[in-house]
Design a protein around this ligand. Structure first.
Ligand code: ARG
Ligand code: GLU
Length: 722
């Protein structure tokens, strides 16, 4: 009998797929409780306290959220930070001109005074994290309607934040975890004087561009360097020439010894968003409806932009960041669909759900509270499907046509006036001017007009007419159903396509601008598009989504109750996390095995002289020929990138990869193509994160760029030669 029971338990455990080593993005303050033992068994030589502690300087004090979407880390006692090339790219692009083309040629400040300020850029440290679930959920009941619950949660959170212990220059935010079953408070310190220190040419920093993006084997030196500046008291301050390089609480030591297959690594950063606990019906919808819709739209947009970028050097600079952004998710979603398919993610989810339902049905109390969760969710997902499709269509299309963004800006002036009168208008006007100045820098009317034609054709032909703007349909009809001709006329007439004229308009008296907004055909067309969307799509979408959120909250709690043997980690939500796993190659398909390391030899293998993606700077070729790698080579070779089983996602770009002792060994920048579905369903057999070897970064800074003064700031160590 006992034996049978054991067998049964073992069987159940195998079905519910316990969290394996490698999977999970963990909260740093819980590592001691949940992960330390496993991390040590994987080879970690430090303690959870070395990673996160609120008293002494721990590794977390060297990690920053970089400019909202990426991660960065402090690598010198002078506030030098390292992040990805693609994270610093907007800044690199902003400072580039046809004469000083830092995208093409790279940039290296020779001293502090040459470091370039970046208005608007910021980095945020996490001072401490607190579990405040009880206080936030005080008064919340399970019967409460969602909006009531949300207001109470917001009210409680605001109060907790207000009363939390923090300095005048610190701030805080509250975030929900596990679908709103738990809440944490983050006390933060944000620095706003961030200067560009160095970036390699794109032929290193974005080597392989879109062809290699999301792919292994990879040979990209995806890094750039910035510096944090603080006021004389080493505290956050707006940009000022009086500011000085920031002295950090902690900066990372850099290992020159690299990692071998099987070595422990961890990635410390700010993963953006994952959805690991979705029901199978939702996963299926992503695979079959949403991802394909978005992929289709981006494919057309990319073809348009690419055509112009290849012909025109100016457009190539202007659209570089936009193109890379559109392409990035486009390619990721394709990998995601592929990976979900090849790993039978939906089937696996279904068998997990069967086990869940079985356990629930065997327990009277669970049966009463959780019994219909899965079927309710399934119904709600079926209901939301057409609205989700319409949302993807609307957002993907409208966001890629800049004429609409311009109309939106003008529209927002009208809204500000209607809400707060002349003062509101004036305040908004400043923002609008800034926004439009930035927009027009990266804009070309001809490209935009072509995008308008190609994308609005999809808007018109690929979705049910009830989701389409009646004004738009009329306008096309009035033009003999010739969208192309209609668009040509529209762009010919409107002043909004023209930066100078638009900015001149905004300098006119308020009355004139408001009058313009009332009559201009583009503004009116845009207003009807957005209005139709909000009436026909988002109203219903939000209502169903609210129900789904509530069901998911119960489902999350239910999974934690029902699968007690499992350790759950919260979905990524742009908060600080630790993920860890071994360095390891993988088998992407039958008979193919990928190594865990790439070398400079591979860069030269891919080299295509003069190519848009695979050109290699002459200096790199020379250094390669003479094997002149300085202290950064290993066994006569120059390591470039490596992969490991760390569970990462977007936002982890620029995150440090640390060795067993907490030394910096690499810089995270991507995942492998076959494994991009790890956002929805991590699978240890094919999910790998890609990092650039820190020795390659140093080689480029020192031997290639001759910026050895930067390396001198850093602390280099040899943990393996201890
Ligand atoms: N795929 C990486 C990420 O998601 C790198 C993107 C930048 N590189 C590019 N070729 N677009 O951000
Ligand atoms: N490149 C991604 C980023 O910008 C990281 C890669 C990923 O999604 O894992 O955050």
């Amino acid at each position: 009998m006992r034996y049978l029971k054991h067998l049964l338990v073992a069987f159940c455990l195998s079905i519910v797929s316990l969290v394996k080593a490698d999977e999970g993005m963990w909260l740093p303050l819980l590592l001691g409780k949940l992960n330390e033992k496993q991390m040590k068994s994987l080879g970690m030589k430090m303690s959870a306290n070395d990673i996160y502690s609120i008293n002494s300087g721990s590794l977390k004090d060297a990690i920053v959220s970089f400019n909202g979407g990426c991660t960065g880390e402090v690598i010198s006692s002078k506030g030098l930070i390292l992040t990805n090339h693609h994270c610093g790219f907007d800044a690199i692009q902003n400072h580039s001109t046809l004469d000083h083309n830092y995208i093409r040629d790279g940039f290296w400040a020779g001293n502090y005074s040459e470091e370039i300020p970046n208005p608007g850029m910021f980095v945020t440290f996490i001072i401490r994290i607190e579990d405040i679930s009880k206080q936030v959920l005080n008064g919340v009941t399970s019967e409460m309607p969602e909006n009531e619950r949300q207001s109470l949660v917001d009210k409680n959170s605001a109060e907790i934040k207000r009363n939390s212990k923090k300095e005048s220059y610190q701030d805080g935010f509250v975030r929900g975890f596990f679908e709103g079953n738990q809440y944490y408070l983050f006390i933060t310190e944000t620095y706003r004087d961030i200067r560009l220190v160095g970036a390699p040419p794109s032929s290193i920093g974005n080597f392989g561009k879109d062809t290699d993006n999301w792919m292994w084997p990879r040979h990209t030196g995806d890094f750039s360097m910035f510096r944090i500046y603080a006021n004389k008291n080493n505290k956050p301050a707006e940009y000022s020439t009086d500011n000085i390089p920031y002295t950090p609480k902690k900066s990372l030591s850099i290992s020159l010894d690299g990692v071998a297959e099987g070595d422990f690594t961890m990635v410390f950063g700010f993963p953006g968003r994952t959805t690991q606990y979705l029901q199978s019906a939702a996963v299926e919808q992503i695979m079959k409806i949403n991802d394909p819709a978005k992929i289709g739209i981006r494919e057309k947009a990319l073809a348009v932009i690419d055509g112009y970028m290849r012909k025109d050097e100016q457009i190539k600079i202007q659209y570089a960041a936009k193109y890379a952004g559109i392409q990035n998710a486009y390619k990721k979603w394709q990998g995601e669909v592929l990976g979900l398919t090849s790993t039978n993610a939906v089937e696996k989810k279904k068998s997990y759900e069967n086990e869940f339902q079985k356990r629930v049905n065997n327990n009277t109390q669970w049966k009463a509270t959780y019994g219909s969760l899965l079927s309710d969710l399934e119904k709600a997902y079926a209901e939301i499907q057409p609205y989700g499709f319409a949302r993807d269509y609307y957002l993907e299309i409208v966001s890629k046509i800049e004429l609409f963004s311009i109309a939106n800006a003008i529209n927002s002036l009208k809204a500000a006036y209607e809400k707060d009168g002349e003062n509101g208008y004036k305040q908004r006007l400043k923002e609008v001017k800034n926004r439009l100045a930035g927009l027009f820098d990266e804009y070309n009317a001809e490209v935009d007009q072509r995008l308008f034609v190609v994308l609005m054709e999809m808007y018109m032909n690929d979705q049910e007419s009830k989701y389409q703007s009646p004004e738009f349909r009329n306008w096309v009809k009035e033009n003999g159903n010739n969208l192309e001709k209609a668009a040509v006329d529209l762009y010919k007439e409107t002043i909004l396509k023209d930066a100078r004229k638009t900015l001149v308009l905004l300098d006119q008296p308020m009355g004139d601008v408001l009058e313009f907004a009332k009559k201009d055909p583009v503004v009116l067309l845009y207003a009807d598009l957005i209005n139709t969307y909000s009436e026909q799509v988002s109203k219903k979408l939000n209502e169903i989504q609210g129900r789904i959120n509530k069901l998911n909250r119960s489902y999350m709690q239910a999974q934690m109750d029902v699968f007690k043997e499992k350790t759950f980690y919260p979905d990524a939500n742009s908060t600080l996390r630790v993920t860890y796993g071994k360095v390891k190659g993988y088998n992407p398909r039958d008979a193919v095995k990928y190594d865990h390391y790439t070398y400079l030899d591979g860069v030269l293998d891919k080299y295509k002289p003069g190519d848009y993606e695979f050109d290699v700077p002459e200096k790199i070729r020379t250094l390669y020929k003479s094997k002149d790698y300085g202290p950064y080579g290993s066994g006569g070779k120059m390591p470039v990138c490596f992969i490991a089983m760390n569970h990462t996602t977007g936002g982890n770009s620029g995150s440090p990869a640390l060795d067993a002792y907490g030394n910096l060994v690499g810089l995270n920048f991507d995942r492998v193509w076959e494994g991009t579905m790890s956002d929805i369903n991590y699978d240890p057999s094919i999910c790998r994160n890609i990092m650039v070897d820190i020795r390659y970064v140093l080689f480029v800074v020192d031997k290639f760029a001759g910026a050895s003064h930067l390396v001198k700031e850093m602390k280099l160590v040899h943990p393996k030669k201890k």
